[in-house]
Ligand binder design. Structure first.
Ligand code: SF4
Ligand code: SF4
Length: 396
């Protein structure tokens, strides 16, 4: 079969009712289905039992330091852009107990090891987050036998990924802080998905990207799409590119970041940054963690827990000689140089997928696209009203 024939065979039309069928099919196959829901005033991925639980009637609006859900009675099924939460948490949990044990006589007795991850179907994952999962696959050694041999792969991550099914929802309505188009990660899912959906009025263009995806489609009420439906899907994605809220010029950026170690903009951003770590907590590719040990005095059980950490904190690089990056200038610069520069050396890709979350959820609206443009001498090149601190430290 030629690639073209394969491509045609792998495209279908799925009705709105068919989406409900997809959810029940996935559940019948033992998947825990997670999808975008409204939780605590934001869009977040959580388990659904039926398609009615997907966030509807609302859309999310965002800007630097700003996120709001607004009513939108005419909204589509996948009307959201991205919430603060990415599917990262399902593969790399924010908090994971690794081991628990107690002492009996002269020996340690194992009480618990890390839990087994669920068999997960992520429905409605945006292309930028899909690209972020591929970035994290490289970080955690997913599918890399050499990494496993060197003990550089993460057991929980690899188990979770191996049994996961990723169903992308292509973006037809980007947010004001999105720049996936310029990072080459969206608004269409290019690879790494099992199934992808492009929403049209009344249904979806459905594509399969893996045998697991095709197996699901074989149980769904699909039909061949008309040429005009395929064209409409493509048009909507093309229009999303044109409406992208921001962009980043990545040409020569790695070299620029190395050359501009002493650029005055690092001092400027350090005056605004509060080291709150929000940017790293919401980033779908950030992977730093630490472990803490604790003892339960009531049960005598000692446990070790891994949890997310941030390179923005003082203690993150603390050694016996003090913090390696003691100034905010050094910490912000380190984060940005890693994301856009040295990540290439480590993992062969950018560490930024252009989701815009670090701009949206930064309390003072620090904008990574603005910072990158500033290094080129165009501080306003992608400015969209980033917030500043007033003399009293309030957001203005
Ligand atoms: S650095 Fe910012 S825009 Fe890039 S992937 Fe992380 S949160 Fe998204
Ligand atoms: S850049 Fe913004 S979100 Fe990140 S640590 Fe600084 S103030 Fe917090």
């Amino acid at each position: 079969m030629t690639g073209v024939e394969q491509g045609i065979r792998d495209v279908w039309f799925l009705s709105m009712q068919g989406l409900g069928h997809m959810v029940s099919t996935l559940r019948a196959k033992g998947y825990t289905v997670v999808a975008p829901m409204v939780r605590d005033g934001v869009i977040a991925f959580a388990e659904i039992a039926s398609v009615d639980q997907i966030a509807s009637g609302v859309r999310d609006e965002m800007g630097p330091g700003r996120y709001r859900l607004v009513d939108d009675p005419l909204s589509r099924v996948f009307n959201y852009v991205v919430g603060q939460d990415s599917p990262k948490r399902f593969f790399f949990p924010p908090k994971l107990e690794l081991v628990a044990m107690h002492v009996e006589g002269k020996r340690f007795v194992l009480d618990r090891t890390a839990p087994k991850p669920p068999k997960l179907a992520v429905l409605g994952i945006r292309p930028c987050d899909l690209a972020a999962i591929q970035v994290q696959d490289r970080v955690f050694g997913y599918g890399d036998d050499n990494a496993a041999e060197r003990c550089e792969s993460d057991t929980y991550y690899n188990q979770a990924r191996k049994q996961s099914l990723l169903i992308a929802a292509n973006c037809t309505q980007p947010g004001a802080t999105c720049f996936c188009d310029s990072m080459g990660t969206g608004p269409r899912a290019k690879e790494g998905y099992d199934l992808s959906l492009t929403e049209l009025g009344g249904g979806f263009i459905l594509r399969a990207g893996s045998d697991d995806g095709r197996a699901i489609v074989s149980e769904l009420p699909v039909r061949e799409p008309s040429p005009s439906e395929i064209e409409l899907g493509q048009l909507k994605i093309d229009q999303a590119c044109e409406r992208m809220g921001r962009s980043m010029d990545t040409d020569g950026l790695k070299e620029l970041l190395n050359e501009q170690i002493d650029h005055p903009s690092w001092d400027e951003v350090a005056k605004r940054c509060m080291a709150c770590s929000n940017c790293t907590m919401v980033c779908p590719t950030c992977f730093c963690s630490t472990v803490t040990d604790s003892n339960d005095l009531a049960t005598d059980v000692a446990s070790r827990t891994r949890h997310w950490e941030s390179c923005f904190t003082h203690q993150f690089s603390y050694t016996t000689a003090g913090s390696v990056r003691s100034s905010l200038r050094a910490r912000y610069r380190h984060w940005m140089r890693h994301k856009l520069g040295t990540w290439w050396d480590q993992f062969g890709s950018s560490g930024c997928v252009g989701c815009g979350r670090c701009i949206t959820w930064c309390p003072v609206g620090i904008d990574i696209t603005e910072q990158a443009a500033g290094l080129r001498g165009h501080p306003q090149a992608s400015s969209h009203g980033g917030k500043r601190l007033s003399e009293r430290g309030l957001m203005v």
